[in-house]
Ligand binder design. Structure first.
Ligand code: ATP
Ligand code: MG
Length: 426
């Protein structure tokens, strides 16, 4: 039988992993900059965590989860998103009792959703996310949004827009829910099956429907911001004015509701019109959740967070950023004795911090030079029988083409001198 990776999964081959590492490094640097610390939680959790946290009427929970029974019959789910795990861990370890009231975390790693694979949509994909727990302050909402914007700017993503909206507090949402039901009631028979379900269980979600998104009643639907309570309105106004002060571009998108259950107040999406992703693609999304922690058995602790799809970031990044790191030295032995000596030298060079490799295929010079080329080696170190005998190596600088005979004991010194002399590490 011929094996292939399961549908919706991809191999990140070694010619792509450098770009992934670059993205990960940049995200870590930005988070450090914001004093946001990494949290690593399990890839699988008890299924109830997600039904509880994400919401049992959401697409993610009803259709997209990878759930299975383990050998003891417990229902286990591969995490479809990162917030639930962080929230569970926060409650389990009582992190709310730490002296620092505002706890800021980030995570990155694989997530799993059973969806139809297409460009930028996989079954195993990666998210980078941030959660800020402890405060209900609009300053925290804005800090999270600025971090999200910083990420896309640092990656050089073009045609990016920050969309924001407010769902308000419980009071505002009740009023809004009633208004929505009145609005959609007369056209229910024109809406999809899912929307009919949503009408009963969570009418907000109708606005998030991908099937009915062009139905005329979507545009004329009541707007959450017209139903905000006074305090919810004040919160949202403060968010907007802080963004204005920071000169962050945003649009208030009154149809933005987000697919997960736990949101209240501020919700936002980072939307890209980059043609590589297809117009209007969401690269990242998030919002405030004030009841999640208490629903998971913790005290009433508000939070705000967001997640980016890393595959979508990768697509939008293009290839401009990727710089191949070349080798300092590629060692080219000719004959068995030379190979033994190469093994000694390469181990010594690596221990000295140089990046190197050697031929292990017993090829002639021509083939070995090709490898040196492919690895962008600064030096080729040629070791033939003659060199072994004389206890020297032939160092060829692949830039100047200059060749120098160097005694074994002077190799490190030679390379260092050469680099100091204005030649740079490639
Ligand atoms: P969408 O509407 O595109 O399905 P979503 O609302 O389900 O997105 P979230 O749960 O908010 O997405 O996840 C945040 C981000 O994770 C998305 O904006 C997207 O970039 C990415 N993402 C979500 N699902 C997938 C997937 N199956 N494959 C790749 N990336 C994904
Ligand atoms: Mg989805």
């Amino acid at each position: 039988m011929a094996y292939s990776a399961p549908r919706g999964t991809v191999d990140i081959l070694s010619d792509q992993s450098g770009k992934w590492q670059q993205l990960e490094q940049l995200l870590r640097t930005i988070c450090a900059n914001y004093n946001v610390k990494e949290m690593r939680t399990p890839i699988f959790e008890h299924t109830e965590l997600f039904t509880r946290a994400v919401g049992d009427t959401t697409d993610v929970v009803t259709k997209e989860m990878y759930s299975f029974e383990d050998k003891k019959g417990r229902s286990i789910t591969l995490r479809p998103e990162g917030t639930a795990g962080i929230a569970r861990s926060y409650v389990e370890h009582k992190l709310y009792s730490l002296p620092e009231k505002l706890q800021k975390y980030y995570y990155m790693g694989p997530m799993f959703r059973y969806e139809r694979p297409q460009n930028g949509r996989q079954r195993q994909f990666h998210q980078f996310g941030v959660e800020m727990l402890g405060l209900e302050s609009p300053y925290t909402d804005v800090e999270a949004m600025v971090l999200a914007v910083t990420v896309v700017e640092a990656l050089g993503l073009k045609d990016i827009k920050l969309h924001i909206n407010s769902l308000g507090d419980d009071e505002s949402r009740d009023a809004y829910r009633d208004a929505l039901k009145q609005h959609f009631q007369p056209v229910l028979n024109e809406l999809c099956y899912d929307c009919n379900q949503r009408f009963e269980k969570n009418p907000l979600r109708i606005l998030d429907c991908k099937v009915d998104r062009d139905h005329p009643t979507m545009k004329t639907a009541p707007k959450t911001i017209d139903y905000l309570s006074e305090s919810a309105k004040a919160h949202f106004d403060k968010v907007c004015s802080l963004l204005d002060d920071l000169e962050i571009d945003y649009v208030v998108d009154t149809n933005l509701v987000r697919g997960l259950d736990y949101y209240s107040h501020t919700v936002f999406e980072v939307i890209s019109d980059d043609p590589k992703l297809g117009a209007g693609a969401t690269v990242g999304a998030g919002g405030r959740y004030n009841t999640l922690i208490s629903e998971l058995g913790g005290p009433v602790v508000p939070g705000v967070g967001f997640a980016f799809g890393m595959e979508r970031l990768m697509i939008a990044m293009g290839d401009e950023m990727v710089e191949e790191d070349g080798l300092d030295v590629y060692i080219m032995p000719l004959g068995n004795e030379a190979k033994d000596l190469s093994m000694q030298i390469i181990t010594m060079l690596r221990a000295n911090g140089f990046t190197c490799d050697m031929d292990q295929c017993d090829r002639g010079l021509k083939g070995q030079f090709k490898s040196a080329d492919r690895f962008h080696a600064h030096f080729s170190m040629i070791i033939g029988e003659d060199e072994v005998q004389k206890e020297v190596v032939n160092m060829k600088c692949n830039h100047s083409k200059e060749q120098t005979i160097v005694p074994l004991e002077n190799i490190v010194e030679f390379i260092e001198k050469h680099y100091e002399g204005g030649h740079h590490h490639e």
